[in-house]
Design a protein. Structure first.
Length: 406
C-alpha cells in the first residue's frame, strides 16, 4: 500500500468539533479512523481569539473525559454554576442552582479555539487516527461491501463506513439523496465576547427579549460570551455599526449588573433556522452533528446534540466490532438512527417551541410565560427535571455520556 493509500474501519468527513470527537471515541475502543478536513492543522493550532464559544453540558464533559480530551481543555473552561432565565423587564424569573442536584456544575463554557486544540491534541496522541487536513473528499463510492473514496489531493481511502460530519451543507448527505426539512426564523445570531468589571460567579443568563433571546454566558476571567438574537434587518444594521455604536447598542440590552462592559474581539453573525435530515443513514453512511440536524441556539444545545450523536454511534459501532459484525451494515446503522432521531426531534421541537413562545411581545402570551417561569421556579420536582435536562442527564444515555467506558 503506497503512502497515499489508506485502509481503515471508517472515514470521517469533517474534522470539526463533532468529527474529531467521533474519531477519538471509536479509536479509543480499537477502531481505525481517517479524518478528512479542508482546514490546515497549523491554522487550528495557532487559532487566535475570535469571540466564538460553546456550552458543553455535564454529559458532554463526561464524553470528553472518556476520550482523553478533558485534560487538554479543563484549564481553559469556565464551570456554569447557576442559570438565570428572565423575560424582558419582568421581575419574575427562573433560577437554577447546581447545588440543588449535587456538586457538579451544569456544564462548562469554553472558546471554540480551545475546544478544537484539545480535540486535535487528543487525536494526535491516539493510535489508530490518521488526520488528512488541508484536503477534502472529492468522490465517494458506497458499495455493498464497503466504501472507496478519493480526496482532492489524490489520497485513496477504503473503509467499512463513511461518516458525514461536515455541517449543515453536508456534501455526503446531498450525494446520498437525503432530503432535509427546515425553515428560517427570520432572525440572526450575533456572537461576540464581552469584558466586564465585576465577577460573573459562573452564572449564565438567558434573557428573552421581544426580538429573541439574549444570552450572557460566563467565560474564564471577567469575560462572557454573548449570543444576541435580532430580526434579520435589525441585525444587519447592528453589524454595520462602528465599534462605539455597537457597544452602545449592546449596552442597552446588557445592563450594568456586571459593572462596566465592553465588547472585545471580532463579532460574528449567522442566520438562524431549523433543519432536520429526513434520514440519518444510507448505505455505508451515517450523519452526525449539523449534517443531520440544526436548531436555534436558544438553549445552547447544538453542539451537545452532536456529541450525543457521537456517543450513540460510537457505542453501536464498537459493540458491532467486538461481536465480529460489519460496522457499516444496515443493522448497526439503523440502531443508531432509531436511538438518535427521536431524541433529536424532541429536542428540536422543544427549541422551536421556545423560540416561538418567547420571540414575540403579544401581551397575553407575555403575561402567561412570565407567570409560567415563576411557577416552575416554585415547583421543586419540575424544576429539578429541567435542571437535569440542562445537564444532559435525562433519558437513555450512551455509556460515554455517563462517565462509563465503551
Amino acid at each position: 500500500m503506497t503512502k497515499r493509500e489508506f485502509s481503515a474501519d471508517l472515514v470521517i468527513a469533517g474534522g470539526g468539533l463533532v468529527g474529531l470527537a467521533m474519531a477519538g471515541a471509536v479509536a479509543g475502543a480499537g477502531l481505525t479512523v481517517v479524518v478528512v478536513d479542508p482546514a490546515q492543522p497549523r491554522a487550528l493550532l495557532d487559532a487566535t481569539f475570535d469571540g466564538r464559544a460553546s456550552a458543553l453540558a455535564h454529559a458532554s464533559q463526561q464524553l470528553l473525559r472518556g476520550i482523553g480530551v478533558w485534560p487538554h481543555l479543563e484549564a481553559d473552561s469556565q464551570p456554569i454554576l447557576d442559570i438565570r432565565v428572565t423575560d424582558g423587564a419582568s421581575p419574575l424569573f427562573l433560577h437554577y442552582h447546581h447545588g440543588d442536584l449535587g456538586d457538579e456544575p451544569f456544564g462548562v463554557m469554553a472558546e471554540n479555539r480551545h475546544i478544537r486544540r484539545a480535540l486535535l491534541a487528543a487525536a494526535r496522541a491516539q493510535a489508530g487516527i490518521t488526520l488528512l487536513f488541508g484536503d477534502r473528499l472529492a468522490a465517494t463510492v458506497r458499495k455493498a461491501g464497503g466504501i472507496e473514496a478519493q480526496t482532492q489531493r489524490g489520497a485513496r481511502l477504503r473503509a467499512r463506513l463513511v461518516i458525514g460530519a461536515e455541517g449543515r451543507g453536508s456534501p455526503l448527505r446531498t450525494q446520498a439523496g437525503i432530503r432535509t426539512t427546515g425553515w428560517s426564523y427570520g432572525q440572526t445570531g450575533i456572537v461576540t465576547t464581552v469584558a466586564h468589571e465585576d465577577d460573573h460567579h459562573g452564572v449564565a443568563h438567558e434573557r428573552f427579549l421581544p426580538a429573541g433571546p439574549f444570552a450572557i454566558l460566563p467565560l474564564p476571567g471577567r469575560r462572557c460570551s454573548l449570543v444576541w438574537t435580532e430580526r434579520d434587518v435589525v441585525a444587519r444594521a447592528i453589524m454595520a455599526l462602528d465599534d462605539a455604536a455597537f457597544a452602545a447598542e449592546m449596552g442597552k440590552r446588557f445592563g450594568n449588573f456586571l459593572g462596566a462592559v465592553s465588547p472585545i474581539g471580532p463579532r460574528w453573525s449567522y442566520p438562524l433556522g431549523f433543519m432536520q435530515a429526513e434520514r440519518y443513514t444510507a448505505r455505508r453512511l451515517a450523519l452526525i452533528g449539523d449534517a443531520a440536524h440544526g436548531v436555534h441556539p436558544v438553549a445552547g444545545q447544538g453542539l451537545n446534540m452532536g456529541l450525543r450523536d457521537v456517543a450513540a454511534l460510537a457505542e453501536v459501532l464498537v459493540e458491532a466490532h467486538r461481536l465480529g459484525l460489519d460496522i457499516g451494515a444496515e443493522a448497526a446503522l439503523q440502531r443508531f438512527a432509531r436511538w438518535r432521531r427521536f431524541d433529536n426531534m424532541v429536542m428540536a421541537a422543544t427549541m422551536d417551541g421556545l423560540v416561538r413562545l418567547f420571540s414575540n411581545d403579544i401581551a397575553p402570551v407575555r403575561a402567561a410565560r412570565r407567570a409560567g417561569l415563576a411557577a416552575v421556579n416554585r415547583m421543586a420536582p419540575l424544576k429539578r427535571l429541567f435542571m437535569r435536562h440542562a445537564r444532559g442527564t435525562v433519558g437513555k444515555r450512551p455509556r460515554l455520556l455517563t462517565g462509563a467506558p465503551l
